[in-house]
Design a protein around this ligand. Structure first.
Ligand SMILES: Nc1ncnc2c1ncn2[C@@H]1O[C@H](COP(=O)(O)OP(=O)(O)OP(=O)(O)O)[C@@H](O)[C@H]1O
Length: 305
């Protein structure tokens, strides 16, 4: 990973969720949930399967509407805004399941620049000088982002030829190509082996530390979360049952009872030898997060596409 990337001037606002409630028929998926993602921090949203984490992401990105409560990003009330308006404010998202387009890494990353492109269709089609210059600038920036995220030497590779871990990385890089102020990462290391998880954790912390971008992350790998998060919010059955620093939530009896269980394993050590590849880690592989056995992932992913 390179640290050559330039940080565009951007003021990163706080994300404030206040009393957000979401209901599906008779089910309350989020029940008056409140938390704040402080600017430039990594904030983790954790909890068992079905706790309401994906629902919360869908609210924050404008896919679901709240029955009550509100979401503010800086001074802007985004509660009722459609997804494209929220994205335009600087909120980018990755998904549990990889959603990439056929083509090269470069092509996929350029799609992330779409909302930042000014030249119109005609100017681009006619290859007018201004449009060509703009495309070149975007491509340079996209290459920087590819290098920052460890994809520099894969820039012209077809995404379907990449290993799983790199394809997850392309999703993250594409979100960065939108020049976000807040990144919503939905299970960014799910399905990765240990070496890939360690590398992804380093990239995520570099995004905070080098670019100053806020990150809200949903992840079942508790070792990783406890190592990289500045603050954690814990949900269970749609309610916020705890929150605070990783140290605090790890010793909170309510959180241990609902999710963490006992016998917390240590976080993966970036210096240690990677374990042999395991194909698809299940919830049980997540260092300590004991899933309640949800099964809502697929439904939500379909909704999000
Ligand atoms: N579109 C929907 N229609 C009906 N119920 C839904 C819908 N989306 C989510 N739910 C329900 O809301 C509850 C919260 O689901 P959600 O997917 O937000 O949990 P989660 O914490 O993200 O779980 P996981 O860790 O398994 O992804 C679950 O009971 C789920 O079945």
């Amino acid at each position: 990973m390179s640290d050559r990337i330039e940080t565009p001037t951007r003021e990163v606002p706080a994300l404030v969720v206040e009393g957000a409630t979401v209901r599906f028929a008779g089910l309350t998926a989020m029940d008056a949930v409140s938390f704040t993602v402080a600017p430039g921090t990594i904030h983790a949203l954790i909890g068992p399967n079905g706790a309401g984490k994906s629902t919360c992401f869908n609210v924050l990105s404008g896919v679901y509407r709240t029955a009550s409560g509100c979401v503010r990003f800086g001074d802007v009330d985004v509660t009722a805004l459609p997804p494209h308006r929220i994205a335009a404010l600087g909120v980018a998202r990755t998904f549990q399941n990889i959603v990439l387009t056929r083509g090269t890494v470069a092509h996929n990353l350029m799609l992330g620049r779409h909302t930042l492109t000014r030249a119109g269709f005609t100017a681009t089609a006619l290859r007018l000088p201004s449009a060509v210059r703009e495309q070149r600038r975007h491509r340079e920036r996209v290459r920087e982002i590819a290098e920052f995220t460890g994809l520099g030497d894969r820039f012209d590779t077809q995404v379907d030829l990449l290993p799983y871990g790199d394809r997850k990385r392309v999703e993250l890089a594409r979100a960065l190509c939108m020049e976000p102020k807040l990144l919503l990462l939905d299970e960014p290391v799910a399905g990765m082996n240990t070496a890939e998880r360690v590398a992804m954790a380093q990239t995520i912390t570099a995004i905070r530390d080098t670019l100053g971008i806020s990150i809200l992350i949903v992840e079942h790998d508790m070792g990783l979360i406890m190592r990289i998060a500045d603050e954690v919010t814990v949900l269970d059955f749609g309610r916020r049952i705890g929150g605070g620093t990783p140290e605090h939530v790890q010793s909170d009896p309510a959180v241990i009872r609902a999710y963490l269980g006992t016998g917390t394993e240590p976080a993966p050590d970036p210096e240690s030898e990677p374990e042999p590849e395991s194909d698809e880690p299940t919830r049980a592989d997540a260092t300590t997060g004991s899933g309640r056995g949800g099964g809502a992932d697929d439904a939500n992913t379909e909704e999000n596409r």
